[in-house]
Design a protein around this ligand. Structure first.
Ligand code: B12
Ligand code: SF4
Length: 487
């Protein structure tokens, strides 16, 4: 442990990457980094969080901010699209503070450690792969002793020009023991724009998913193992966030919160009892919504207002191909049930597979309209370089620019279409879907649903990703918005 007199500082920074879509709805706290910061504090380090992404700082701002701060370790995180910016962040840290150590974690470096660390001039000194808390604790506790530091579990590092890989710890069975350093955030920054006067928090009630969708990184990252916290510990944390920090909208960050029905129902009961007067946003699988038909009123009473379910495709052959293990009838029914119980349904449809044609996109669009979720996203299939899908898609991948691997930009060229045509088809699906929707929203009898749906649509239509896309394709954002509003 670092001594009190020479307390070292680890600065956690979010890469300043933006691509629209989910960011449009709010500014989201960096939960993963807060779990890690708590470990640093517990072993006697100073920990600071600089959320450059949410503050919308560019690299000039970041250079100035890093210059103002004093730190020994700069730690950052990367999913695939944010990796180039995370790498640049490490480079900048070395320029501003040449003696600092740079540390990277998250799903992308966990799998792509070799290509990140191999270049002799890589600005990344170390990578901690997989679940970060316990390895980071070891790394920081043994920071002063290089041999012990290099014995950190889950560590990837360079030695004699070679990339070394340390054995991984098993996943932590005791998720209740992990806390997030909530007090390090400036809470005024985190809002859910759809709900006025809101303050947005993020709670992880479980980690992992036992399914094997071939496009998904999360099942690989968590080894297809699902682990849940006890409902009591989740509600304790929610109450603390509500009382101490005024959080009234909670994102459950879980891949699969409803996996264990008994645990889930107990959690709903405890949240209802706690009377937090707050809203909750979740993501789950369609068959669980169908399974839970009898307890859906509890979902709503607990405050769940927004449920994202991955429908992904509108034909069974595609669902089977991506190993989604759901049926079209469950998708349709889940969407129906969510609305019937006063919640907002959101789902996505993935486009741009190698065999895609304008006709197959039109079929997906028509079925999406028939499923009629409140919100639909039309996403470009994106093979993360470590996903099961990658090998199969490799011959069709036209760009290795990871910044484009964000589910918004097509990176695959289907046999019968260009990427630009896929891009245009995606915009067309969005425009036509929401043209039909705006009128439906404005005639909703439930005022909460009406307000929520109309505010969200305006946010989507003004989102930077749509505006940029439209401009690139020579289309006018204002004409589209006017068309939707007048429809
Ligand atoms: C919340 C969230 C967001 C928030 C991010 C808020 C923030 N600053 O963290 C918002 C809404 C902004 C967001 C945006 C996007 N997201 Co997002 N997001 C999530 C979500 C739902 C939860 C992430 C989370 O908090 N997990 C809980 C924590 C505890 O886990 P964790 O972050 O993985 O961290 C642990 C380990 O990874 C590791 N670790 C992570 N970083 C580090 C760093 C160090 C130094 C160490 C030691 C360890 C370590 O230790 C942590 C603790 O164990 C995940 C899906 C999921 N269920 O995980 C998708 C997910 C991460 N998002 C994804 C995507 C694609 C995006 C967008 C590109 C979507 C879009 N087009 O808008 C954008 C990118 C914007 C951006 N700049 O990041 C993908 C990433 C896929 C991939 N493999 O690259 C995911 C997996 C969802 C999916 N569809 O598959 N997202
Ligand atoms: S159900 Fe969701 S989290 Fe689980 S493997 Fe499929 S896409 Fe990934």
């Amino acid at each position: 442990m670092a001594s009190q007199s020479a307390k070292r500082t680890i600065l956690f920074v979010t890469p300043p990457y933006h691509c629209g879509v989910v960011e449009v709805a709010g500014s989201w706290p960096p939960l993963g980094l807060l779990f890690l910061a708590q470990q640093a504090l517990e072993v006697g380090w100073n920990a600071e969080v600089y959320d450059a992404m949410t503050l919308r700082h560019d690299f000039d701002d970041i250079r100035r901010e890093l210059g103002r701060r004093s730190f020994d370790v700069l730690a950052t995180t990367a999913i695939t699209p944010t990796f180039p910016d995370a790498n640049e962040l490490c480079r900048l840290a070395k320029v501003v503070r040449p003696n600092c150590t740079t540390l990277l974690g998250g799903v992308h470096p966990t799998f792509c450690f070799n290509e990140i660390l191999s270049p002799e001039k890589s600005p990344v000194d170390y990578i901690i792969g997989g679940e970060g808390e316990l390895p980071l604790r070891h790394y920081l506790s043994h920071f002063e002793d290089l041999a012990a530091r290099h014995a950190t579990p889950n560590l990837f590092w360079r030695n004699d020009g070679k990339v070394r890989v340390n054995p991984f710890l098993p996943l932590n069975d005791d998720l209740d023991s992990l806390e997030a350093a909530w007090h390090l955030l400036d809470w005024n920054t985190y809002r859910y724009h759809v709900i006025p006067q809101s303050r947005l928090g993020a709670v992880s009630t479980s980690r992992g998913c036992n399914h094997g969708c071939t496009f998904c990184s999360q099942q690989k990252f968590w080894n297809k193992i699902w682990r849940g916290r006890s409902p009591e510990s989740v509600v304790r944390e929610m109450r603390r966030l509500h009382v101490d920090h005024g959080i009234n909208v909670f994102l459950f960050t879980d891949e699969y919160p409803t996996y264990d029905r008994d645990r889930w129902e107990r959690l709903l009961d405890l949240i209802i009892e706690a009377r937090l007067d707050s809203y909750i946003l979740i993501e789950t699988r369609v068959e669980d919504i169908v399974r839970d038909e009898d307890i859906l009123p509890k979902y709503r009473r607990a405050g769940i207002i927004h449920v994202y379910v991955g429908a992904e495709a509108t034909d069974q052959a595609t669902l089977d191909r991506i190993n989604k293990e759901i049926s079209l009838s469950d998708s349709r029914r889940a969407i129906e049930l969510i609305a019937r119980h006063g919640m907002i349904s959101e789902t996505s449809f993935v486009l741009g597979f190698p065999e895609e044609t304008p006709e197959s996109i039109e079929r997906t669009f028509q079925l999406a309209r028939e499923f009629n979720p409140d919100f639909a996203h039309f996403l470009a299939i994106t093979p993360w370089p470590y996903s099961d899908l990658f090998r199969e898609m490799d011959p069709y991948i036209e760009t290795r620019d990871f910044r484009l691997y964000n589910l918004v930009e097509p990176v695959i060229k289907p046999r019968a279409m260009s990427r630009r045509e896929v891009d245009r088809a995606i915009i067309d699906c969005y425009a036509r879907f929401y043209m039909g929707k705006f009128r439906e929203y404005s005639t909703q009898s439930d005022p909460f649903r009406r307000e929520y749906l109309m505010t969200s649509t305006k946010l989507i239509m003004h989102s930077s990703f749509l505006i940029k896309k439209l401009a690139r394709l020579g289309l006018s954002p204002s004409a589209l918005m006017k068309g939707i509003a007048e429809f």
